[in-house]
Design a protein around this ligand. Structure first.
Ligand SMILES: [Zn+2]
Length: 341
């Protein structure tokens, strides 16, 4: 299997600021978002996945890498705008008594029969939504529709990344039930922000998967298996560092915010022993695998004819609007992952 050691390429430009496409205000909003909402990881995952693709797909995806990166975060913005969006981002496996024995029906139809659609939505639907979206993406390839291919690629990348995060697989998603409020942002934003620059990322080429529904389930189950460590090591790190040194106050964009101290983060990261990095790598690989599988399932359409395609200004503008309207004017109440207490 061919391994590619390409991490330095990414991390050298990951910290570059957005420049031409979007205006100054947007640039500031994006920077704020990166540090507060875990957006940084979503963008990194989509961007990096592009380079795992085979030659036949690479030109088209690389030519639109900016769009894939920027629109990786749109589904999160939509959680505050559209009823029914939020459950697509998680699944509370702990609320299913059978989960320990792996008895939740793999496919949506069987699950609806067993639990009803309402209760599935109440507990989150991420593995089924990924599978569903894979059909949209496959169809977009069949239709040779570059706009849809890019939109669905960017968005399925988001849901895949969520499915690989342990805290997206439990009802205790922000440690609110165990006195660990804030752990969501700590794990998926703060640690990534502090340490991803030193992550040793290497990649294999994208691979075909016979059964994408099974793949989505194995992602959430692998993520869920790590949950015990996510919580117990947070407690242990707190014990070792002491409550009084766990947080400090930092200046961000001229606002003073309470944040986990670097000392605490370092201790927690050491205890996790590379877990964030492993989940990040799993996400990147799975995004590339799913893009590739959908393309193969569509009959490997020639993307050469799209290699000079660039997203129109109108489409780029639409994406940008969606990204920035969700948080600014929330219409729907959604889970808050960001609160520290
Ligand atoms: Zn999400």
């Amino acid at each position: 299997m061919l391994l590619r050691f390409i991490a330095p390429i990414f991390f050298s430009f990951i910290f570059q600021e957005s420049t031409d496409l979007e205006g100054l205000n947007t640039k500031k909003a994006d920077q704020e978002a990166q540090f507060v909402w875990g957006f940084y990881a979503h963008r990194l995952i989509n961007k990096t996945a592009v380079f795992l693709l085979p030659q036949e797909m690479l030109g088209f995806y690389k030519g639109n890498i900016r769009y894939l990166e920027e629109n990786a975060v749109n589904p999160d913005a939509r959680r505050y705008l559209i009823e029914g969006e939020a459950p697509r981002h998680y699944i509370d496996l702990d609320l299913y008594k059978e989960e320990a024995h792996g008895k939740i029906p793999t496919f949506w139809k069987d699950a609806v029969e067993k639990y009803t659609e309402d209760s599935l939505h109440n507990h989150g639907i991420v593995p089924w939504h990924i599978y569903n979206m894979s059909f949209w993406l496959t169809k977009a390839f069949e239709e040779n529709d570059p706009e849809k291919i890019l939109r669905y690629s960017a968005e399925i990348g988001h849901y895949i990344a969520d499915a690989n995060v342990p805290l997206h697989t439990t009802s205790n998603y922000n440690g609110q039930l165990t006195g660990q409020k804030g752990i969501h942002g700590l794990w998926e934003s703060r640690l990534v922000e502090l340490y991803s620059n030193g992550f040793d990322l290497y990649f294999e080429d994208a691979e075909y998967h016979e059964n994408l529904q099974e793949l989505a389930w194995s992602a959430v189950r692998n993520a869920n298996a790590a949950l015990d460590s996510v919580f117990s090591f947070e407690s242990l790190a707190t014990e070792k560092i002491g409550e009084d040194k766990k947080y400090n106050f930092e200046e961000r964009n001229s606002i003073t915010v309470k944040a986990y101290s670097q000392k605490f983060c370092k201790q927690y990261a050491e205890l996790l022993d590379g877990m964030v990095e492993r989940r990040l790598r799993a996400s990147i690989k799975m995004v590339a695998d799913v893009w590739f599988t959908c393309w193969v399932n569509a009959g490997q359409p020639d993307l050469e004819n799209l290699s000079s395609y660039k997203v129109s200004e109108e489409v780029a503008e639409q994406g940008k609007k969606e990204r920035h309207s969700g948080k600014a004017k929330p219409l729907v109440k959604s889970r808050s992952h960001e609160v520290i207490e």
